[in-house]
Design a protein around this ligand. Structure first.
Ligand SMILES: [Mn+2]
Length: 324
């Protein structure tokens, strides 16, 4: 048999799913963390004849053909591909990958770790505990506090850290001192970021009288965007938050404000209350930001955001100061 390969998502659910696979069938020769759009590239690197496990990752139309081709190559050369996911799949995607020789287990009734446990299957007691913790966070039900701890633990570092986290979660025995220590560091760091956000955020308004709270985020801690935005909207009592970064901007909103159309207008997308877009700022503004002079880039980003919000009339009564 060839190499044992585990391909999983980067979040707690993905890490837990990988730990359940590794703890059940044996340690992986290769452990790869990926986002769904990277799957074609990831599959292209898997050697012939490998024993492949994919978890907590969906497939999507644009890469379906490429991935199916790679699956066929792996299976035709004596390998196996077992794929576990809990996102929504089109019938055709399942059919296509099955035709290529993969075993597909899609179940939207649990989290990714839960799908692995159910269909691999893995019935050990520690697996049940880990699934409970992972699902708690991944399905937004928050019925197992250990999930909140583990999510912060897993999110502490990059790829190498997550690789360690997978090994740590094999045979999961609860929240120990080591995990607590890391969580304490993460929480302290998050509080610092939130405090800085409140101190540095500004209220901006467009010529049309649209008001929003805006903040320039230097570091790319995307997972905090929603927390920061929600905190700022509450603190400043506005319904739209604009989070600017060097290469992107995020919108968050509350009440009945729809920011998805504004994001779409500038080439992005998202949901009514959480959307974003990539930015392509003028070079000089970008360069100044690297020298620590962020004002010009920030102002440009805010103008792009406000303009898009106004042009899509994200909420009519936000414009009342001018019209009425
Ligand atoms: Mn998941």
């Amino acid at each position: 048999m060839g190499e044992r390969v585990i391909v999983t998502h980067t979040d707690l659910d993905g890490v837990a799913a990988a730990a359940i696979v590794a703890g059940t069938v044996g340690e992986a020769d290769r452990l790869t963390f990926a986002q769904p759009h990277q799957l074609a590239a990831v599959f292209a690197k898997i050697p012939n004849g490998s024993e492949v496990y994919v978890s907590d990752l969906g497939i999507n139309q644009p890469i379906l053909e490429k991935v199916a081709k790679q699956v066929k190559r792996i299976v035709d050369s004596g390998g196996t591909v077992k794929w576990f996911d809990h996102h929504r799949w089109e019938e055709e995607w399942v059919r296509k990958l099955r035709e290529a020789g993969a075993e597909i287990y899609v179940d939207t009734g649990t989290c990714g770790a839960g799908v692995v446990a159910k269909y691999l299957p893995a019935n050990a007691e520690w697996v049940k505990e880990l699934v409970s913790a992972a699902c708690s966070v991944d399905l937004w039900v928050f019925n197992d506090w250990r999930g909140n701890y583990l999510a912060k633990y897993v999110g502490y570092g990059g790829t190498e850290w997550k690789r360690m986290a997978v090994a740590k979660l094999v045979g999961f025995s609860g929240i120990d001192e080591e995990i607590e220590e890391v969580v304490e560091k993460v929480v302290t760091r998050e509080l610092e970021i939130l405090t800085a956000a409140v101190a540095k955020a500004v209220i901006v308004s467009s010529e049309g009288g649209l008001r929003a709270v805006a903040y320039f985020k230097g570091k790319d801690d995307h997972h905090l965007t929603s927390f920061i935005a929600s905190l700022l909207m509450n603190r400043f009592d506005v319904d739209v938050a604009i989070i600017c970064r060097r290469g992107s901007l995020s919108f968050r909103s509350r009440r009945d404000v729809d920011v998805s159309r504004a994001a779409k207008l500038i080439g992005g997308g998202g949901h009514p209350r959480a959307a974003g877009a990539k930015l392509d700022p003028p070079l000089w503004r970008l360069l100044l930001s690297f020298l620590g002079i962020r004002g010009p880039l920030f102002r440009w980003c805010v103008n792009v955001a406000l303009d898009a919000l106004e042009r899509t009339a994200c909420r009519e009564d936000l414009l009342r100061e001018v019209t009425g």
